[in-house]
Design a protein around this ligand. Structure first.
Ligand SMILES: Cc1ncc(COP(=O)(O)O)c(C=O)c1O
Length: 414
């Protein structure tokens, strides 16, 4: 078998597209202006940042969104550029809670409700808020990783009268499950809660219409969809009936509508804007070519004995395969696959290098053995048929090898 490199970890990050790099380059050399400067170079940078904002608004369905920018009466969403989805999530959650304090509420009057399968960049700010005395609740999920709307209803009913924020991701970064976000948002709004959704994994892969979904705040990141690392956004769509007020996490010169101070990373923002412009093309590729390759990969893997699919079969991202190989250690599998040039992950590779048991799989009720043997493969638009056939050949071989030395004798002959 001739070794080839097959990158199947696109949920961790993606390569940057050439057209994105080309659009960024001038802003790294000749167009180096600071968007806050009044002179021509500054105005040029500001125009580029504004153009990126518009492209992003359009890509998430917030164009002509409900944000009312005060006396002018114009109706626009706010795209607040951040250093990535992590910071956008922190801004949404902490920003909401501390804005409520600023408005005179007590910590007891503020509740944040998040699903138990959120990314660490939502769960950790939640824990920080808990430590600071706020009321934080975590919603359970079913065996597919889906939030049950009834459990949300229960939490909301118990908190009537409080200022509430519900944070449920659009698509899970480990198992790819897509939530029934609109249903969740409608229930939350019925109880007067605001809704935030981390769409870092969904953006550019499935259509997002923030207004139809009825989310008030949406987190996205560029490097999951062929853009540069270190740039993301919190998109805020506030209507007169649902006023989103946030306290900044980063205080300073008042950039980004006063919500995120610091000179903007113009080249990265320009690259992010280009990605947003490409979103319809990307979604169409994910929905056709990538999904077809993913289906082939998934079917081939599930032919390997004692292998189980994790997450929902249909309500999942078109590029995600997440499986458990019984009798195999996931980390050993990753290392072996890597020897053959197949790059994969056990789950949330984007947290840190330290491997912990997945809180997502635990929340879904998987057994220890299923969690230990789990593997995430996430495809990108750059993958082709040869990649998939090669990865399948390698996987069959490697799983057989690892099972031969497995302490679980019942899988050895497979
Ligand atoms: C669902 C989700 N949210 C947030 C993040 C963090 O994104 P970023 O690397 O842009 O901070 C990631 C990936 O790392 C993710 O998958």
């Amino acid at each position: 078998m001739e070794k080839r490199r097959v990158y199947l970890d696109n949920a961790a990050t993606t390569p940057v597209l050439d057209e994105v790099v080309q659009e960024m380059l001038p802003y790294m050399n000749s167009r180096y202006g600071n968007p806050s400067s009044l002179h021509a170079l500054g105005r040029e940078a500001r125009a580029a940042v504004d153009r990126a904002r518009e492209r992003i608004e359009r890509a998430v369905g917030m164009m002509d969104g409900g944000y009312s920018s005060g006396s002018s009466g114009s109706s626009r969403a706010l795209v607040v550029f951040t250093s990535g989805a992590t910071e956008a999530n922190n801004l949404a959650l902490k920003g909401f809670a501390y804005a409520m304090l600023r408005d005179g509420k007590s910590r007891d009057d503020v509740m944040v409700i998040a699903s138990s399968v959120e990314h660490e960049s939502v769960l950790e700010p939640c824990r920080a808020l808990e430590r600071d005395g706020f009321d934080v609740r975590y919603l359970p999920v079913d065996s597919y990783g889906m939030v049950r709307p009834e459990s949300l209803e229960g939490e909301l009913r118990s908190a009537e009268g409080k200022s509430m924020l519900v944070s449920v991701m659009l698509a899970n970064n480990e198992v790819g499950t897509i939530q029934r976000l609109r249903e969740i948002a409608v229930i939350a709004h019925d109880h007067g809660a605001l809704v935030h959704s981390d769409a870092a994994q969904a953006f550019g892969k499935v259509p997002i219409d923030a207004r139809a979904l009825q989310v008030d705040m949406l987190t996205i990141s560029a490097h999951k969809v062929y853009g540069p690392k270190g740039i993301g956004a919190l998109c805020i769509s506030s209507s007169s009936s649902r006023d989103v007020r946030l306290e900044p996490v980063m205080h300073g010169g008042g950039h980004e509508y006063g919500l995120r101070s610091g000179t903007q990373n113009v080249p990265a923002i320009v690259g992010f804007g280009k990605v947003a412009e490409l979103v319809p093309m990307l979604i169409s590729m994910y929905g056709s070519k990538v999904k077809r390759l993913r289906d082939r990969l998934m079917a081939g893997i599930l032919e390997i004995p004692y292998t189980r699919l994790n997450g929902h079969a249909e309500m999942r991202l078109p590029n995600n395969v997440h499986v458990s190989f019984l009798g195999v250690n996931g980390e050993d599998l990753i290392m072996k696959l890597d020897e053959y040039g197949v790059e994969a992950s056990t789950g949330s590779a984007c947290s840190t290098l330290k491997q912990r048991e997945s809180h997502v799989l635990r929340a879904m009720g998987l057994k220890r053995e299923e969690i230990n043997g789990s593997l995430r493969l996430t495809l990108g638009i750059q993958n082709d048929e040869q990649d998939i056939e090669y990865a399948l050949d390698v996987m069959r071989r490697v799983v057989r090898e690892l099972r031969r030395i497995s302490p679980y004798s019942r899988y050895r002959s497979t």
